[in-house]
Design a protein around this ligand. Structure first.
Ligand SMILES: Cc1cc2nc3c(=O)[nH]c(=O)nc-3n(C[C@H](O)[C@H](O)[C@H](O)COP(=O)(O)OP(=O)(O)OC[C@H]3O[C@@H](n4cnc5c(N)ncnc54)[C@H](O)[C@@H]3O)c2cc1C
Length: 258
């Protein structure tokens, strides 16, 4: 089958704002966004860089771009624009850390190319209650997804940020109990400490690889949540770039059956 190669979409930076000490919000605009689906908030896109970490404007034949995955936090179709929140992290190795470095230096008028959007798994809206767990990289996705839940939805949101000033206000059903963690607090310990509610939950987890594995052990093995009632994804791994993380994730998926 002759599958059509996806073409990159060209976007321009409209603004860059430090929303909290460790989060940089970039607003991007472009003609291509007019075709994005209305429900693309929470979906992922991939930013394209060359091997030196420069944002790519045009694809070069035979050269594979370096890709970095981010979430559409907010879609503003009337302005053909999206907001993307980048966690700030410093990588001394100049061979990686491209996305965080780009976001830190981005200014209005800069150009960048993306692929996507791609959806993440749907939440079962008919669940009796919801258990959402995220670190800062998944805060944009959680923020987008939680506001789509039924108004009377109840459950927990356990979110870890780098410092207390990174806590954000989130639009969510009033039946949610929020627990914010900082620094060394453990996502899994905090999740396990929440009293289990009656009925069948939908579990939504996105965070770093090691925490994801601890949380998977809890929800899948101890609480016996079946595959259709859980979205569990590792968004990054300490000490490896996104490319290394992808390979580790594939291995883990094979051995864990996920
Ligand atoms: C579906 C999906 C959606 C995502 N959405 C977002 C999003 O909206 N916002 C966001 O910030 N991230 C998001 N991420 C995570 C993001 O793709 C990774 O953090 C990515 O590795 C960052 O690329 P980089 O070029 O900055 O660093 P890389 O070159 O990938 O890594 C360089 C070094 O930095 C470390 N590192 C990477 N990320 C972090 C971090 N967050 N904190 C501390 N150290 C880090 C790595 O371990 C490595 O040692 C998402 C990931 C997925 C899979």
């Amino acid at each position: 089958m002759n599958r059509k190669k996806p073409t990159p979409k060209h976007l321009t930076v409209v603004s860059s704002e430090r929303v909290s000490p460790n989060m940089q919000r970039i607003t991007l605009q472009g003609e291509a966004l007019t075709n994005f689906p209305a429900d693309c908030e929470g979906s992922y896109i991939k930013f394209l860089f060359d091997s030196a970490g420069n944002a790519i404007h045009e694809m070069v034949e035979g050269e594979r771009p370096v890709m970095r995955t981010y979430t559409i936090r907010k879609f503003m179709p009337e302005a053909s624009s999206i907001e993307v929140d980048f966690v700030r992290h410093i990588t001394k190795d100049l061979q990686c850390g491209f996305a965080a470095r780009w976001a830190d230096n981005a200014k209005a008028g800069d150009n960048v190319s993306i692929m996507g959007p791609g959806p993440i798994a749907d939440i079962d809206m008919a669940a009796d209650w919801f258990f959402m767990v995220a670190d800062m990289t998944a805060l944009p996705a959680l923020s987008a997804k939680i506001k789509t839940l039924p108004r009377d939805a109840k459950g927990y949101a356990v979110i870890k940020v780098q410092q207390s000033d990174d806590i954000q206000e989130i639009e969510a059903p009033t039946g949610f109990k929020f627990t914010w963690l900082v620094e060394e607090d453990s996502l899994s310990e905090s999740a396990e400490a929440q009293p289990w509610l009656d009925g069948s939950p939908f579990v939504w987890v996105a965070c770093d690889f090691d925490s994801m594995r601890e949380l998977r052990q809890y929800f899948r093995n101890e609480k016996e949540i079946d595959k259709d009632s859980i979205y569990i994804s590792s968004y990054w791994k300490q000490g490896v770039s996104e490319d290394g993380h992808k390979a580790i994730k594939q291995e883990d998926a094979k051995s864990s059956g996920y």
